[in-house]
Ligand binder design. Structure first.
Ligand code: NAP
Ligand code: MN
Length: 268
């Protein structure tokens, strides 16, 4: 089996990276950054997002696992104290794989030129540097509302505990193939009216944003990176065909991670 390691880059993470690399190589596993079967992320959830995007072209055969060197993460859910146990588990392969849904984002421009397609593990957000965003929101080809406000957050189930949660969105179990739309400070008056509640859409339902008026420049973020797009014709969201694969070596139920991160990790 081939493996690769992505480190946050701090001293502690780099040290763990060196240990894992040494031990797994001693166990006759191959270190291969080009086409790894297993990607080990060491750092935080942010590091895991980077590892995911670095290996986004290998999703159909690569599995991911995260070790955290700071606080407990949703993706980085192995502690640095458990590294030896993890090395032994990895060396014993094959491992069990659990898949989580991803969000597909397609951005089209007015010239009808090339479209940009992205996959988000957490979410995509649509904002602007100038005032508020204004667009028609279409669901399954029907006009739903005209949105005016700071922006929209469109998240995956596993991203529902990140930005989405801060916006008052619900937490969705990642076994549900869905995505969620949450508003950022929508303007509601006689001219503009939005639903106000987070919306949860199932697989095969497409949500399309169509800019109206002259405001067609947006700051579009996908996970931890963002880019400004001008002359935007539409932004389309749906559950992606691709999924992310997690290597699972022990049970750590999603709701336990939610509790340990946000409520209490005192289990008595
Ligand atoms: P960051 O500013 O370090 O991320 C903000 C926090 O979100 C960090 O504590 C990060 O954990 C945590 N996080 C990331 N994914 C998560 C998930 N699926 N569930 C729960 N918490 C999660 O930036 P970053 O590390 O590059 O992460 C980018 C993410 O930040 C974006 O995808 C977005 O979800 C989130 N974000 C949140 C807000 C907000 O809550 N108001 C605003 C902007 C962006 P680590 O410390 O382990 O990295
Ligand atoms: Mn971070």
């Amino acid at each position: 089996m081939k493996f690769a390691i992505v480190s946050k880059g701090d001293e502690r993470s780099n040290k763990i990276q060196a240990t894992i690399k040494q031990y797994l190589t001693d166990f006759d596993l191959d270190y291969d950054e080009a086409s790894p079967d297993l990607v080990i992320s060491i750092g935080g959830d942010g590091t895991f997002l980077e590892a995911f995007h670095q290996y986004i072209d290998c999703l159909h055969y690569t599995s991911f696992i995260g070790v955290h060197t700071g606080h407990l993460g949703f993706y980085a859910d192995w502690t640095s104290d458990e590294v030896e146990k993890l090395i032994i588990e990895i060396a014993k392969t094959p491992f069990q794989v659990v898949e989580y849904p991803l969000l597909e984002v397609v951005i089209r421009d007015e010239d009808g030129g090339e479209e940009d397609r992205f996959l988000a593990l957490n979410e995509s957000t649509i904002k602007t540097a100038e005032g508020s965003v204004v667009f028609d929101v279409e669901i399954k080809g029907s006009h739903f509302e005209t949105f005016r406000g700071d922006g929209l957050c469109v998240s995956t189930p596993s991203g529902s505990t990140a930005y989405n949660k801060a916006l008052g969105g619900g937490i969705i179990h990642p076994s549900l193939e869905a995505f969620q739309l949450t508003e950022m400070a929508s303007i509601n008056n006689r001219m503009f009216r939005t639903i106000g509640s987070p919306l949860i859409l199932p697989k095969h339902h497409t949500c399309m944003l169509r800019p109206i008026g002259s405001k067609k420049t947006f700051l579009i973020a996908v996970d931890h990176f963002a880019k400004t797009y001008s002359h935007v014709k539409s932004i389309q969201f749906r559950v992606a065909e691709e999924q992310i694969r997690f290597a699972r070596f022990r049970p750590f139920p999603f709701w336990d991670r939610v509790r340990d991160s946000f409520v209490t990790d005192d289990n008595v």
